[in-house]
Design a protein around this ligand. Structure first.
Ligand SMILES: Cc1cc2nc3c(=O)[nH]c(=O)nc-3n(C[C@H](O)[C@H](O)[C@H](O)COP(=O)(O)O)c2cc1C
Length: 354
């Protein structure tokens, strides 16, 4: 299926049928319940939580219970990381018992972070496709909601085994596969390699959701065209540019290309997000988060760099952040933003919002 209007706006993951094909990618430090709820009205069909440790869920760690906060926002998956099929299955069972709002589980087989990989979790799992299958089978039999996996091309360019991992996990019952077309060694930098997954959807019996540098509508169209993917994952590109989701969603339904928003619209959305983040995180953490989020809304207009610097450094509270945003609106409000991949070269580390 190609990303033409005729491809329509429906993505099916197991028995979940969504209105739309844009998936909000999991990002630790970002995709909290508040962020997911904020993004939903822009046209997100499925969203995935920050990754959550299986053993932390099994042991009921308090910090983790925050991650497992699910609102009423359909369809949302809890992403688990771990390496033992039994513990992952137990975690899924426990989480679903505590949070009946969880619509599906996603298993992280893609995280390249040293601490995660060292424990045999995340992208380390890709070295053992059988284990990947065992994990899906175990989680599948523990819960009666769909199970998806998120993978990379492989651990290194010398070990590009995504096809093996897809075969094992789909045979074990995975209901969809998200593929970030970089290797674990490449982390988040450089261009992704969508061409390596050319036509991959045609080889698969479940939806492929493609991920990697989706910063513009054209990025999305090209990634879907090359791979045939039924779903498209927006991650970094949506932070500060939520309307990107709307632009992709609308194009997939109708072929229409919506114009970029104005600075004033961006500020409205930023204030809305600030409300939700402060409500969720409280004043101190909320401010820290917003000093990271807010500058990303102000991009591509003349003289915006200085406003970004100020938004990241100056506000000492919500009122000051609001006042600065209103000052920007007064001076720049009518300008149209051109996000246009401004953050394309950010590595994960410079992107962090902890
Ligand atoms: C700050 C940050 C945190 C991330 N956290 C997760 C995570 O918890 N689980 C996961 O599967 N992927 C995670 N990712 C990967 C994204 O979901 C996505 O696959 C990746 O960023 C590639 O897409 P992009 O280039 O369009 O951002 C993270 C990425 C970033 C930048």
């Amino acid at each position: 299926m190609h990303p033409s209007p005729s491809g329509g706006g429906v993505l099916r993951i197991g028995d979940l049928e969504s209105d739309g094909r844009v998936v909000l990618g999991p990002m630790s430090g970002f995709t909290s319940a508040a962020y997911r709820e904020f993004m939903k009205p822009f046209g997100v069909a499925f969203s995935i939580s920050e990754m959550t440790s299986d053993s932390a869920i099994v042991h009921g760690t308090e910090r983790t219970s925050g991650y497992v906060r699910f609102g009423s926002c359909p369809y949302t998956g809890l992403q688990l990381f771990g390496h033992d099929p039994g513990t992952l299955a137990k975690a899924a069972e426990t989480a679903l018992r505590d949070n009946p709002n969880i619509d599906f589980f996603d298993v992280n087989m893609s995280c390249p972070v040293e601490k995660v990989v060292r424990s045999g979790s995340g992208s380390a799992l890709m070295s053992d496709p059988r284990r990947c299958g065992d994990i899906v089978r175990a989680v599948r039999s523990a819960v009666d909601v769909p199970v998806t996996v998120k993978i990379r091309l492989g651990t290194t360019m010398e070990a590009l085994n995504f096809r093996d991992v897809i075969e094992e996990t789909v045979a074990a019952g995975a209901d969809a596969v998200s593929l970030h077309t970089r290797t674990a060694k490449e982390r988040y930098a450089g261009s992704p390699h969508h061409m390596m997954a050319e036509g991959l959807q045609d080889e698969m019996s479940v939806p492929l959701i493609i991920s990697g540098n989706i910063y513009t509508l054209d990025d999305a169209v090209s990634a879907m065209e090359v791979t045939g993917a039924e779903g498209i994952m927006v991650a970094r590109g949506g932070v500060g540019d939520p309307f990107l989701v709307t632009q992709i969603d609308r194009y997939l339904r109708t072929g229409e290309r919506l114009p970029d928003p104005t600075v004033s619209q961006q500020i409205d959305w930023c204030l809305e997000l600030m409300d939700m983040v402060f409500r969720e995180k409280g004043d101190e953490v909320g401010l820290r988060k917003m000093r990271c989020f807010a500058p990303r809304f102000i991009v591509g207009c003349r003289g915006c760099r200085e406003y970004r610097r100020r938004l990241a450094a100056e506000p000492k509270g919500r009122d000051e952040m609001t006042a600065l945003l209103e000052e920007i609106r007064e001076r720049k409000g009518d300008e149209v933003i051109r996000a246009n991949g401004a953050w394309r070269n950010d590595d994960r580390d410079s992107f962090c919002c902890q």
